[in-house]
Design a binder for this molecule. Structure first.
Ligand SMILES: Cc1ncc(COP(=O)(O)O)c(C=O)c1O
Length: 373
């Protein structure tokens, strides 16, 4: 019998090996920044950060000031970068956490300088060039150059980096990726000689794996560090090792006669006599309701279809007419049992989403159990 109704087992050794594998890929002197936002893509930011640093990553990145504050508590010395937009109050929090800050407007640069003076620190800033993502960053390269020069001339901030973010790096046939890269390269070539030591960075996992020309001085990898495939294919094809398994157990097994129904709305009825298992895990744990009557779960080393509606705390499986499994049997919703394996990418395909969303939605109700293989 499992000790927990549901658990996410995170192998920090796998995260370490994925980071080593990513570093092997890097061209020249490029360094690895590992993105641990959204609680390390559901894996645990502090633990993922530990594994990344042990594997030679030189920076950790988060999206928000709150994440920077939490990560700073876990990693007193690690260089941190906050990637996202910050309100004035959040800016103060991020500076207090000694995070490096993303900047793309003059007014914001002034606010960073103001808070830095007040707090007695000289924040390191990374100027963001929007080369086409159309979300955050300055779109006009002349304005980016001007902001970079203003930051370099300031006594109150330290110019640390110039960066951009790709919109279509995961689409191997994308021409837009090449256009963004060309725009960024052009400005980086202009600004580098004026600013020795400027850390130029652009690549996410997909770009890092497909385009060495995008590596510059640093890459910012999230998904691949967790052993998930940025192209939503099988991670093993790129020598990535999934670090997370989502497990539960069979809490009840019932005999169903033909026509018996399972779960809310009775959306599934047994087409013939069978055995149905109930697992005590549901959408309250991040097993999405969209998996109702689709997707499979491993029990006793075999795949079994999810039948009926996924409820908040339970999922039902059709074990088949010979499937009289004893309660207590382990169930694997993401991960391996023997030779069988359910990839996060497979679950994502059932939900018409991406692996990123599947792991970040495993809820806080699911305890994370850390192992290091
Ligand atoms: C600005 C930025 N850089 C890097 C990353 C890491 O991307 P990935 O997880 O695809 O490696 C993200 C993640 O969304 C991001 O927002």
């Amino acid at each position: 019998m499992s000790e927990r109704r549901a658990v996410a087992v995170v192998d920090t050794g796998a995260i370490e090996r994925n980071c080593v594998r990513l570093r092997r890929e890097l061209s020249g002197e490029a360094e690895l920044c590992v993105v641990v936002k959204a609680d390390g893509y559901g894996h645990g930011a502090a633990q993922a950060g530990d594994a990344a640093l042990a594997a030679g990553a030189t920076m950790l990145a988060v999206a928000s000031a709150g994440e920077a504050r939490e990560l700073r508590a876990a990693h007193p010395q690690a260089p941190l970068l906050t990637l996202g937009a910050l309100t004035d109050a959040e800016l103060e929090t991020a500076i207090e956490a000694r995070s490096e800050i993303a900047v793309w407007r003059r007014e914001f640069l002034d606010a960073v300088a103001h808070h830095g003076r007040r707090l007695g620190v000289r924040p390191r800033i990374h100027v963001k060039y929007d080369t086409g993502m159309g979300r955050l960053g300055e779109r006009d390269p002349r304005a980016v150059a001007e902001l970079t020069r203003a930051a370099a001339a300031s006594d109150d901030v330290e110019l640390a980096g110039l960066w951009t973010h790709f919109a279509t790096a995961d689409d191997a046939s994308s021409r837009f990726f090449d256009e963004q890269l060309a725009r960024f390269e052009e400005l980086a070539r202009e600004l580098r000689p004026e600013h020795p030591g400027l850390v130029v960075h652009a690549a996410n996992s997909a770009a890092a794996l497909r385009a060495p020309a995008s590596h510059f001085d640093m890459v910012r990898c999230g998904i691949a560090a967790y052993g998930l495939d940025p192209f939503n294919a099988d991670p093993r094809a790129r020598e990535l090792e999934p670090a997370l398994e989502l497990r539960s157990y069979v809490a009840a097994v019932r005999r169903f006669d033909e026509g018996d129904g399972a779960g809310y709305g009775q959306t599934w009825r047994a087409p013939a006599a069978t055995w149905v298992a109930t697992l005590p895990i549901g959408y309250g744990d991040g097993v999405r309701r969209g998996l109702s009557n689709r997707g499979e779960v491993l029990v006793a080393g075999r795949r079994h279809p999810i039948v009926g509606t996924v409820s908040m705390d339970n999922v039902t499986l059709d074990l088949g007419p010979d499937g009289a499994i004893d309660p207590g049997e382990p169930a694997t919703l993401i991960g391996a049992q023997g030779e069988e394996r359910i990839l996060c990418e497979e679950v994502a395909a059932h939900l018409a989403t991406i692996n990123y969303e599947v792991v970040t939605q495993i809820s806080p109700r699911v305890p994370r159990l850390y192992v290091r293989s």
